[in-house]
Design a protein around this ligand. Structure first.
Ligand code: ATP
Ligand SMILES: O=c1ccn([C@@H]2O[C@H](COP(=O)(O)O)[C@@H](O)[C@H]2O)c(=O)[nH]1
Length: 232
């Protein structure tokens, strides 16, 4: 199976003292050993938000803030790349989809971060999944799925076990799109998921083995996004 895994920066490096980089590398290597083709996209997490916050205070505009965020996503990507067995990876972090697809077509694991302002790495993962005709897109994020409201703000928010792509679009449509904003999946990503009919999973990435379960066993604790056509 060809899979794009989007790993949140706050999931990969929750704080400077804890990092799950080696665990994520082991999960990716295990999936490759089982015959899967893996492309990873890494987010910026808390470090990106700190840089974006500091630059916003000194008057940078949103596009400049996005560029800072992109730089951090590429730094985090290099961290994951460094932990992966170099015999299965491309040696550099691609800065565009063409380079990433070339890596995938060569049979290498590719790891990339952001590409252009005004989106997040969620959108990068969705576009890459569409571009390489991935069989599945997995978002390993900091919440256990997509909820009826922000579970960090609303105590009785309930998780959706299954959503159609259109329902996902409606759920995130009103969320903020400023640099460093938080959403389970950003709006642009949801529109790409919808048009491409991508089989998508949103799960809590704190335990990286959940990604293995979602790929190998199709069993996971999270939200499944089904293409609109399947729900008709
Ligand atoms: N309806 C919702 N369902 C789930 N999460 C929501 C919802 N609305 C807002 N959120 C927020 O979405 C966020 C999703 O994770 P977040 O974007 O912070 O981290 P990430 O995916 O690990 O990526 P990164 O840290 O790289 O930005 C959570 O912080 C959560 O509070
Ligand atoms: O293609 C991209 C990717 C990211 N950004 C900016 O970086 C931050 C951090 O990325 P996350 O995926 O949210 O961790 C994001 O909020 C954007 O400001 C970007 O502009 N373009």
């Amino acid at each position: 199976m060809r899979v794009v895994v989007s790993v949140g920066g706050s999931v990969l490096v929750p704080d400077p003292a804890t990092n799950r980089v080696a665990e994520y590398a082991a999960v990716i290597e295990g999936l490759v050993e089982s015959g899967h083709e893996i492309a990873a996209v890494v987010g910026g997490g808390g470090v990106a938000r700190e840089y974006i916050g500091a630059a916003r205070e000194v008057g940078a505009n949103e596009s400049e803030l996005d560029q800072l965020g992109i730089a951090v996503t590429r730094l985090n990507s290099k961290l994951l790349l460094a932990a992966l067995d170099e015999s299965i990876t491309a040696s550099v972090v691609p800065e565009n989809y063409e380079q990433a697809r070339t890596d995938v077509q060569r049979g290498d694991v590719t790891v990339m971060g952001g590409v252009v302002p005004a989106q997040t790495t969620d959108a990068v993962a969705a576009v890459l999944a569409e571009y390489v005709d991935a069989d599945r897109l997995v978002f390993a994020t900091s919440v256990p799925g997509v909820f009826t409201a922000d579970p960090n703000e609303v105590e009785d928010a309930e998780r959706h076990d299954v959503l159609t792509a259109s329902e996902l679009v409606d759920t995130v449509a009103s969320m903020e799109m400023t640099a460093g904003a938080s959403a389970p999946v950003d709006l642009l990503a949801t529109k790409v998921i919808q048009r491409a009919g991508l089989e998508t999973v949103v799960l809590d990435g704190a335990d990286p083995t959940r990604v293995t379960d979602a790929v190998e066993n199709d069993e996971f604790d999270g939200t499944r996004i089904v293409p609109d056509a399947e729900a008709e």
